[in-house]
Design a protein around this ligand. Structure first.
Ligand code: FES
Length: 145
């Protein structure tokens, strides 16, 4: 991802900030959702734990090993879904998936830091990195129901 475009540089900074200072890192005690997922192409992994109460994700943590894109995406994902309803979190996952496929996506919702990952859609080999945490979240929430 080399570019001197100022927006790309800003996005790269946001990605590196989440990679170096991951939000919501760890394993949640007393969780109601506990899910592990691998990226089969590289073996990198994420362990995601969430607490879901009355249809709302009241807390979430992740740990794992992976490249800067996968780990920063996990950090952004946890930041985005904490305090949201299950429905809202699944909607965000759909928006993110559309963004990664380069499709039009619903931009009525403020995506915050997640926007920094939109450039990944131009690098097909990295899309699985960016979507790993989101797929784990979707699978975990579907299993919960
Ligand atoms: Fe493994 Fe990105 S290279 S998740």
């Amino acid at each position: 991802m080399s570019s001197n475009n100022p927006l790309d540089m800003l996005y790269r900074q946001v990605i590196m900030d989440h990679y170096k200072n991951p939000r919501n890192r760890g394993v949640l005690e007393g969780n109601s959702v506990d899910i592990n997922m691998n990226n089969p192409t590289c073996g990198d992994r994420i362990h995601l734990t969430m607490k879901v109460e009355d249809g709302k994700i009241t807390d979430v943590k992740f740990e794992g090993e992976g490249c800067s894109i996968s780990m920063s995406s996990a950090s952004m994902m946890t930041q985005a879904i904490k305090g949201k309803t299950v429905e809202e979190a699944l909607k965000l996952a759909t928006i993110f998936s559309d963004m990664m496929q380069g499709k039009e996506y619903d931009d009525d919702i403020d995506l915050g830091d997640i926007e920094a990952l939109q450039g990944v859609s131009k690098f097909p080999a990295r899309i699985k990195c960016a979507t790993l945490a989101w797929k784990a979240m979707e699978k975990g929430l579907h299993q919960h129901h």
